[in-house]
Design a protein around this ligand. Structure first.
Ligand code: SF4
Ligand code: SF4
Length: 178
């Protein structure tokens, strides 16, 4: 039930979420072995390509029961730009009957760029810049000691709030999701 709920929620969010990743290609699929490099998840495929997977925040992955470990074999479907790969769906091992839906694969949703529900509360932001390097799409900049989010680039991955790896999200809770 929880899984259904979060899947539906993610699909709904994804309808609003696509913003500015600007993939060079349309939907792509890859299969390979997971490699964890620091806080990042990479997929190594047979051709030797290394794809940095843009997944969802760990809290959401946990809620979906998706626990990726080094050496797991997975298949992913989504959108690629150079080595960055924004994951829409993911399958573990040979079971392709029940994928994890992380983002809506309806290509129509790719046209809704410029919309993001993520906002910086200027009253709370202390300008520490921790979020800047952690945003996988470079959507956050700090101007006059306050962070701001470029909706054209934000993919609503949630990392700036929930964190990823050692980064625990904005330390003062200055980033909010409307
Ligand atoms: S991590 Fe939080 S406090 Fe630091 S710059 Fe980003 S929004 Fe501001
Ligand atoms: S880290 Fe925050 S600003 Fe960057 S893409 Fe994810 S939700 Fe958007």
């Amino acid at each position: 039930m929880n899984r259904l709920f979060f899947t539906a929620l993610l699909a709904l969010l994804a309808c609003l979420a696509w913003a500015g990743f600007d993939p060079d290609t349309e939907l792509s699929s890859y299969r390979g072995v997971i490699e964890l490099r620091g806080s990042q998840t990479w997929l190594l495929d047979d051709s030797g390509d290394g794809l940095r997977l843009l997944l969802a925040p760990r809290g959401l992955l946990d809620s979906l029961g998706l626990h990726l470990a080094e050496g797991d074999t997975v298949a992913v479907e989504g959108w690629r730009k150079n080595e960055l790969f924004l994951v829409g769906r993911l399958w573990q091992e040979a079971d392709d009957s029940n994928p994890w839906l992380l983002r809506n694969l309806d290509e129509a949703s790719l046209q809704t760029g410029g919309v993001s529900d993520y906002r910086v509360n200027g009253g709370k932001c202390i300008g520490c810049k921790l979020c800047v390097s952690r945003c996988p799409t470079g959507a956050i900049s700090v101007v006059n000691r306050k962070a701001r989010i470029d909706a054209e680039l934000c993919t609503e991955c949630g990392i700036c709030i929930e964190g990823y790896g050692k980064f625990r999200g904005c330390p003062v809770g200055a980033i909010e999701k409307e």
